[in-house]
Unconditional design. Sequence first.
Length: 370
Amino acid sequence: EGSLTVAELAKKLGKQPSEIIKKLFMLGITATINQDLDKDAIELICSDYGVEVEEKIVIDETDFESLEIVDDPANLIERPPVVTIMGHVDHGKTTLLDSIRNSKVTAQEAGGITQHIGAYQVTVNNKKITFLDTPGHEAFTTMRARGAQVTDIVILVVAADDGVMPQTVEAINHAKAANVPIIVAVNKIDKPTANPDRVMQELMEYELVPEEWGGDTIYCKLSALTGEGIDNLLEMILLVSEMEELKANPNRRALGTVIEAKLDKGRGPVATLLVQTGTLHIGDPIVVGSTYGRVRAMTNDVGRRVKEAGPSTPVEITGLNDVPQAGDRFMVFEDEKKARQIGEARAQKQLLEQRSVKTRVSLDDLFEKI
Ligand code: GTP
Ligand code: MG
């Protein structure tokens, strides 16, 4: 959406605002000096002055969600996959996450009490995998609704003693809507009543045909409780991620999504961010949703202080002026002044949007009462 006021356009063109207003009037547009002009009006005026409109002048920097991130393919390198675990209630999502974390993280970080930051990384065969610790379908839906696609691969957990249930189907639909590959984890195979074949049969209905039956869906039979089959699952994740050719440019200003955020009594606003491209550094001027600041302290998924974080890395940061929301996008800017400017503009915009919603609601209320 174009967004320049008459005054701003006049300044860019080196003309008097009154002259622009006159021209607009001749074109049948009545405008005041502070009025926002749309793209068409800007183009009309510019062509009248024989000025080529560069798309640049209508880019709204406060709308960084819709800014296309263009990277030279030569600058892209492999990045870890970001994996979300989904499935029906009690089918073992949390147990599986814990089991993966315990088998990999705790062993390496001897004695380290893992601090919960909503996401964690494990290393398998020298390759990293990032797991999002917020497997709630709601969180997934909210993020997707806000345009934030953070997941590369969905692990669909189905208990072998229970089979396909309503939330299993919901999870399949989420994954399909997001267009991400699904790996099926047939869980609880340690149970005497487990029937993995039944799970596979039931999932055929949803186009998840197992490889062994001629399809292309990977099924991993495992027990999150005993740990059986976990290593195989991790290897399959790496296999799928290789096929997806996940890449990012670590040598640019960081951009990504808020996984969770809260107000900490001592530290102020604290946000867990997933860096999706670029590298985030201590001291970076940043806009997070409608908040802004400078990255003051940064800790990784095991609570260690870090100075930087590359693509697919989850980190917890402090230094923001307010608490952002899960699903908010973040972006690093060249300097603090710019970050503040953009952050304030976005906060203002959000406020106006909220107000206009409220006004509409109260008008509707009014009409209902009449
Ligand atoms: P919600 O978060 O409530 O949706 O459940 P969840 O999917 O996270 O399931 P959770 O990991 O809490 O597991 C539910 C129950 O199943 C717990 O009592 C687990 O101990 C048990 N469970 C999970 N995995 C296995 C398994 O592989 N084998 C057996 N026997 N029990 C399991
Ligand atoms: Mg759970």
